[in-house]
Design a protein around this ligand. Structure first.
Ligand code: SF4
Length: 225
């Protein structure tokens, strides 16, 4: 299985390139950005984040604001009331636990320690905290979203019915060192352009020879034919 994963990573890098890490931002910025990206498009979550930062230049300002004011600033990103309450509660928890509105200390903590501390908070799941660890702390961890789950299942890298959490555990155990960032970004590109949830473009797929889903689809067609 490790060999198959390495081959898939290589083929996706041939197709989409090897992504280079951007300079890391404050992990708290990444956390809020990721919360705002839940259940909306990249464009709208980006707008919501910039609107929030314009209206409240510091995280202290956000913490001191009423949820309704925060919601008004992030309206364009959807689920504004729910996200506003969660963001304010999260900032309060961070200040209480880290003594400051910064999450730089988590970059020095063990991955599992960070995951278990943050996954108990409303609005922060395994994917969200993995994004923070991967993008802001440079940690070699694969954030697992719906694209990653779907593609890993189709390629038979995880069992067919695997949840996001199970996919996270399996893939993070099997990935070759140093490849989580590249694999994550290329799976997103692949999932948006070729291996889409509906109408996947299998005829131009660079990893078709590793796909168990496409084989099953052919067998079903043959039986019907
Ligand atoms: S062959 Fe089709 S279903 Fe399989 S990985 Fe490629 S695009 Fe996805």
């Amino acid at each position: 299985m490790e060999q198959k994963i390495s081959k898939v990573i290589e083929l996706l890098e041939n197709e989409f390139g090897v992504p280079h890490r951007r300079p890391a931002e404050e992990p708290l910025d990444t956390l809020i950005r990721t919360i705002l990206s839940q259940n909306t498009t990249d464009t709208n979550s980006g707008r919501a984040y910039h609107s929030l930062r314009r209206r409240f230049p510091t995280w202290e300002d956000v913490l001191g604001a009423e949820p309704a004011q925060i919601a008004a600033a992030i309206r364009v990103g959807g689920l504004a009331e729910q996200k506003a309450v969660r963001i304010k509660a999260l900032l309060g928890w961070i200040k209480e636990n880290y003594g400051q509105l910064s999450l730089k200390p988590i970059c020095d903590m063990e991955t599992e320690e960070v995951i278990s501390a943050f996954c108990q908070l409303k609005g922060v799941g395994l994917k969200t905290i993995s994004v923070v660890l991967c993008f802001a702390c440079g940690r070699d961890i694969l954030p697992v979203d719906t694209h990653v789950v779907r593609i890993c299942r189709r390629l038979g890298l995880v069992p067919e019915e695997s949840s996001a959490e199970k996919t996270h555990r399996i893939m993070n155990r099997l990935l070759p060192p140093g490849k989580a960032y590249s694999f994550h970004l290329n799976l997103l590109k692949f999932g948006r352009t070729i291996c889409r949830a509906r109408n996947s473009r299998c005829q131009i797929c660079p990893v078709q020879q590793y796909c168990v889903y496409v084989v099953k689809k052919r067998v079903v067609k043959c039986r019907r034919g």
